[in-house]
Write a new protein. Structure first.
Length: 267
């Protein structure tokens, strides 16, 4: 009887993860920060610029507007393609959709992240999530919640510094994923991608970017500067993360959203 009960519970959990993205009552949640001149970019990257090419009434009697923009690949809510830190791996246009669309697993580390701006998310944090919610399923999109998104777009609070250039990069302080946890994810689990609500999957003071390297050598894309993770349940949401399809790009702006079923009990 115990074995039968276990099998039923396992099947129920598996089917829950495999549910289609939109089913029954629920809501779409936007996990994307606006791109604007206020957007937070890496201290060494050029900021986002929107240029007015045309705006106003035409001599033919209708309104017309058109704009040009310039932006670094890795600013605002964006994707890091594996080639960003792993030679020969996928560029942003080569990432298959099954790494961009799938069930969300949201690991909440707001407690230690608030206590320590330099906190690195450990394997123990991920195992603690599994103890409460079950094993991370194959194809899951792992989202790491620190609640640093609440500081956006205040660079001093979000990044730990408002300084620009190499001096600013040296003074970055925000949480990230510990390299040992990144190695555990690619070695012991089969996740589709990883996202975080800070400026980098590696913590601010990283100089070797080992979590980037480990994940991207395994062709795992990363989403950075994700918004509104506080509105998602620990499990039950479905994520759609579609980047600008830049041929050969190492990353690019990302529009990421989540479908949250009413039955998930999300806030």
């Amino acid at each position: 009887m115990a074995v039968r009960t276990f099998i039923v519970a396992w099947l129920t959990a598996t089917l829950a993860w495999a549910a289609p993205p939109v089913q029954g009552p629920g809501e779409w949640v936007d996990l994307t920060h606006d791109l604007s001149s206020e957007s937070v970019f890496w201290p060494t990257a050029a900021p986002f610029v929107l240029k007015v090419d045309a705006e106003g009434m035409t001599d033919r009697g209708y309104y017309y507007s058109a704009y040009s923009f310039t932006a670094a690949e890795h600013g605002g809510t964006h994707i890091d393609a594996p080639v960003h830190f792993a030679e020969g791996k996928m560029s942003v246009d080569q990432i298959p959709l099954n790494r961009l669309i799938g069930p969300a697993a949201v690991v909440d580390v707001t407690g230690p992240a608030v206590a320590d701006r330099d906190y690195q998310i450990r394997t123990e944090d991920l195992l603690r999530w599994e103890q409460a919610h079950g094993r991370l399923p194959d194809g899951a999109i792992l989202l790491l919640r620190t609640d640093f998104a609440g500081f956006w777009p205040d660079a001093a609070r979000y990044l730990g510094t408002a300084e620009r250039g190499e001096e600013g990069a040296a003074r970055l302080h925000f949480p990230g994923l510990h390299p040992d946890a990144a190695a555990w994810l690619v070695g012991a689990r089969q996740i589709a991608s990883v996202g975080i609500d800070t400026a980098s999957i590696d913590y601010g003071q990283s100089r070797l970017f080992a979590s980037h390297v480990t994940l991207m050598k395994a062709d795992v894309p990363v989403f950075e500067n994700v918004a509104n993770l506080h509105r998602l349940p620990a499990r039950g949401a479905q994520v759609v993360a579609l980047p600008v399809k830049i041929k050969g790009g190492s990353g690019g702006p990302l529009r990421i959203v989540a479908w949250v079923p009413e039955s998930s009990g999300a806030r």
